[in-house]
Design a protein around this ligand. Structure first.
Ligand code: FDA
Length: 305
């Protein structure tokens, strides 16, 4: 039943009409739990609070699967403005972006130009940019664009998803090139031809990817809320004598906040992924799919609205 619910929620996450409708509603149905607000100002205020509790941040100006050129360019403008706002506020934050928000599905070259514009601004204000990984059909093109921008920029990295069979080969290649990697389990609906269907295989592969990346001396973000994997990672870095400067834990805004705080208290680097903006629908549906019990938040949100 839970698996069925997960599949339904993931299918709904790509529904364009629902997405358009959601933008007009404003942050509703419990989405406020996972999304920090609609404007850059509210996002920066949230970053300041998190920084005050010892956490770094990566800001994500929400948006994905854009099919309109003007919208992709507006999204790019927003990312650039967000970087300048971080600089003005002198906060400890960097930026996460999605290529489909910047026009990947319209024209690869338009997307490439937009990413370069963001990286130029990021370089100017000395910030790092992470290219999020979307569904498997966009993996090759994401890596292709990453390699192209890496020819000019060193302030950029990406994400590897442990549910993908291909991930170990990709990590070996990218970590070998010194490209900073965030390791996640993966959030999209993927067929068994490309992704492990069983959680235990995804978790085993997660350990494999983190160890591969760290053993190659690569900057690695261990992005998970899974206690077992976090405890495993703590033991692994201890046994291998890996410096705490080489890795950080990362979590999503609104999830396992107590655990995040406790890792900070133990002296580990912790970065919170903070999404903001009006395009919250797809992101929110993926968070519900990860834990269908979260649907209770939606129902409570509906009662309140
Ligand atoms: P798992 O799903 O097994 O959850 C472990 C525990 O965490 C659960 O038992 C529960 O307690 C808690 N939890 C997890 N999700 C929850 C939720 N939604 N609500 C409430 N509790 C929850 N994916 C991707 O495909 N591309 C990307 O670029 C990124 N980027 C990214 C950045 C960061 C910083 C994080 C933390 C995650 C991502 N992800 C992602 C999402 C990732 O792939 C994955 O879907 C989620 O992190 C959930 O997986 P966990 O590793 O937390 O394990």
């Amino acid at each position: 039943m839970e698996e069925l619910m997960r599949q339904v929620l993931l299918s709904l996450s790509k529904n364009k009409n629902a997405n358009q409708l959601a933008k007009q509603f404003g942050l509703r149905f419990g989405a406020q739990r996972f999304v920090a607000g609609e404007t850059i100002a509210t996002a920066i205020a949230r970053v300041q609070q998190l920084n005050a509790s010892g956490m770094r941040v990566t800001l994500d100006h929400l948006g994905e699967f854009v099919l309109d050129k003007a919208e992709a360019e507006a999204s790019c403008d927003h990312c650039v403005e967000t970087l300048y706002a971080m600089d003005r506020a002198q906060v400890d934050a960097n930026l996460s972006i999605k290529l489909t928000q910047l026009g990947l599905d319209i024209d690869k070259e338009l997307c490439f130009e937009n990413v370069q514009r963001i990286l130029t601004a990021a370089k100017e204000v000395n910030r790092f940019v992470r290219i999020d990984m979307e569904d498997h059909t966009r993996c090759d093109v994401t890596l292709e664009l990453l390699h192209r921008v890496r020819e000019r920029f060193d302030n950029v990295g990406t994400v590897m998803q442990s549910y993908l069979y291909r991930a170990a080969d990709d990590v070996a290649h990218l970590a070998g090139l010194g490209i900073p990697l965030r390791i996640v389990k993966g959030a999209y609906k993927e067929p068994k031809e490309v992704a492990y269907p069983e959680k235990r295989d995804v978790d085993e592969n997660y350990k494999r990817l983190v160890s591969q990346s760290l053993r190659l001396g690569n900057r690695t973000a261990i992005a998970t809320h899974d206690d077992t994997l976090i405890e495993w990672a703590k033991r692994f870095v201890e046994q291998e004598g890996i410096s705490r400067d080489l890795f950080e834990f990362q979590m999503l805004y609104g999830i396992r906040t107590g655990l995040a705080q406790s890792l900070v208290t133990q002296g580990y680097g912790m970065r919170i992924y903070v999404p903001f903006g009006t395009d919250w629908y797809g992101y929110f549906m993926r968070r519900l799919a990860e834990r269908p019990a979260n649907v209770g938040f939606v129902l409570r949100g509906l009662v309140r609205s």
